[in-house]
Write a protein that binds this ligand. Sequence first.
Ligand code: ZN
Length: 185
Amino acid sequence: MSENSFISIRNGTIASVIAGAILLVVPVLRGSAVSFLSWAWSGVAWCWKKLIASYSLPGWAWLLMFIFALIGLINIYLAIQGDTEEPEFKSYVEDFMHGAKWRWSWVGNKISNVWCFCPTCDATLVYDDSSCRNFRSNVSRTDFICENCSNRVVASIRGGDKDYATGAVKREIDRRIRTGEYKMQ
Ligand SMILES: [Zn+2]
């Protein structure tokens, strides 16, 4: 027997042994794989059944839960709305006082930028409180003048200078809010 044919017989034998081993193992592996998969699947199926059994509810129970959830959501919505809703008086930002139209804005709960405008032409009025610094004058007052209406004195607030006059207007705004009078305008 030549060396070459010996090698080919040896290779053939080794190949046959390996092939035989593989053929022997494959059905075993396949069997294990199938049994593992079927076991895993039965586990999943069991879990699913349990899940359905534990949480499946009749229609009326679902409806009840839906209603409770809706009530909860509405409550949360109202709570948020209640916190963010502005008080009603915050929409009160102009009124007639002392013959002029006064406008202001709200910063928090405080009146800010209060000033007066001409009721005829809506021009911004200019003030004259020189009487407060005139020692010969026995009346201190602040006049509010419309330059657009031939320098007509539109409003006159007695008692003090410009700051006093705007303070008096703020106090009047507060009074009208307290009494609810502002809602009737
Ligand atoms: Zn005017």
